[in-house]
Design a protein around this ligand. Structure first.
Ligand code: PLP
Length: 454
């Protein structure tokens, strides 16, 4: 018999995404009822600072009326139309134009999807289609990175470099390869500088390309800052070392800006923060401040021109979703981009970021803290069993999960990725709210220390 509470109905009926089902049966859900500013409130009325902006996405916080109005206005005017076979509607056209105009490098066209996963799945097909168009159908392999996160659909999960997304699904699919993760703290060798490490990784990438055969490698995909893999900021010269290699072998560079896009790293795009020159950019999440689902793929002019030639030769580009560029989320995204510009959200991120970055770095001496890393309003704190040797805790202890649980008790929602705690608050967060966030996190660290030394 199912009780009336939200928690018991949740356990009875709701199959949660990305959730350990055994643990869920024991602990049940945290039911979030409403949001305001950077806070959310559970069904008992308790307030939490949303230190992760949900899933790295509610950039404008939880009460932006202008987005509600943009959605309702559009729903009244034209609740749905599509863009298949020469149809179009204003919100789609306006949003495509707005994105191309703010693109961090010259881009030609935008293809819309509903999610970041679909955007990256679309990229796989685009890359294949592009090389078919150029008459080199064997140039199909895509290189991604260990710990990169690109989504969960079959091709996007293949690009993702996390073993638990492959393990049970016979992934990655053929032709998707992974190169090393640029995390100096974890993978830098004895005596190596960050610069040496960047050179070694670039060299490894080149060796992989040569071993596979450059005429079989089509593209390389990377997040400017890795998010779900544990907030990994690459060494300063990493991308400078990688990009000439891609050029040398005529390999497309895909920037996955799903988390970094729209201000997160202190520039409009992570591409600008790290000096990237991508041929393809995927965006999602903060594109609409997550108020409605929408994502996109921006492509360069040469890719577009090749696609046009291929569609003349072969026929229609056989890919598109019913809701590609749905007018309601498109209208919301357009309003979101206007707000970013009007309120200079990027300038705000730069101004307040030290409250997060310096605030968290004050815990560098804490007995549990191995590394504090981040840029702009994205950060990670890695907890270790031994600071001197960097030895991690036994994974069975799920120590990161405990830190997140203690934070929740102190009214702060953060996300444990293994033993790294992630921070990605709404971009509109104020300095005092960031100070509050850091203070609550400090209490969670101390509670965790008390638990492990008990
Ligand atoms: N790419 C990156 C960098 C992401 O962080 C995510 C989701 O977290 C995705 C792609 C997948 O996006 P979605 O969950 O909207 O499918």
């Amino acid at each position: 018999k199912v009780g009336n509470s939200a928690a018991s109905r949740d356990k009875a009926f709701y199959l949660h995404p990305y959730t350990n089902l055994k643990t869920h049966e024991e602990v049940g859900p945290l039911v979030i009822e409403r949001g305001a500013g950077v806070h959310v409130f559970d069904d008992a009325g308790k307030a939490y600072i949303e230190g992760m902006a949900g899933l790295w996405c509610t950039a404008l916080g939880f009460g932006e009326e202008r987005l509600v109005e943009a959605a309702t206005r559009q729903m009244r005017k034209l609740p749905f139309y599509h863009a298949f076979g020469h149809k179009a509607h204003d919100p789609g056209i306006d949003l495509a134009e707005a994105l191309i105009r703010i693109a961090p490098v010259p881009m030609s066209k935008v293809f819309f999807t509903n999610s970041g996963s679909e955007a990256n799945d679309t990229v796989v097909k685009l890359v294949w289609y592009y090389n078919n168009a150029l008459g080199r159908p064997n140039k199909k392999k895509i290189i991604a990175r260990q710990k990169g996160y690109h989504g969960v659909t079959v091709a996007a999960a293949s690009l993702t470099g996390l073993p638990h997304l492959h393990r049970d699904f016979d992934l990655p699919i053929a032709g998707i390869l992974h190169t090393d993760c640029p995390h100096f703290y974890r993978y830098g060798e004895e005596g190596e500088t960050e610069e040496d490490f960047a050179i070694r990784l670039a060299d490894q990438l080149e060796q992989l390309i040569l071993a596979e055969g450059p005429d079989t490698v089509a593209a390389f995909i990377a997040e400017p800052v890795m998010g779900a893999g544990g907030v990994i900021v690459p060494p300063a010269t990493y991308f400078d070392r990688i990009q000439p290699i891609l050029k040398r072998y005529d390999i497309l560079f895909i920037a996955d800006e799903v988390i970094c896009g729209f201000g997160r790293t202190g520039s409009m795009f992570g591409t600008q923060t790290f000096g990237l020159k991508p041929d393809i950019i995927t965006v999602a999440k903060a594109l609409s401040s997550a108020y409605l689902p929408i994502a996109g793929v921006m492509i360069s002019e040469p890719i577009y021109q090749a696609m046009v030639r291929q569609s003349e030769k072969i026929g229609t580009f056989g890919h598109g979703y019913t809701y590609s560029g749905h007018p309601v989320p498109a209208a919301v995204a357009l309003e979101t981009l206007k707000i970013y510009e009007e309120r200079d959200v990027v300038g705000h991120v730069r101004a307040v970021a030290p409250h997060l970055q310096d605030g968290l770095r004050r815990f560098s001496g804490h007995p549990l803290v191995g590394e504090v890393r981040g840029v702009g309003l994205i950060a990670g704190v890695e907890v270790v069993a031994d600071k001197a040797t960097k030895a991690p805790f036994d994974p069975k202890l799920a120590i990161g999960g405990h830190v997140a649980r203690f934070a929740q008790e102190h009214g702060l929602i953060v996300r444990a990725m293994g033993d790294t705690i992630g921070f990605s608050p709404p971009l509109v967060i104020s300095p005092s709210e960031l100070d509050d966030l850091v203070e609550r996190f400090g209490k969670a660290l101390d509670d965790t220390l008390a638990m492990v030394t008990e």
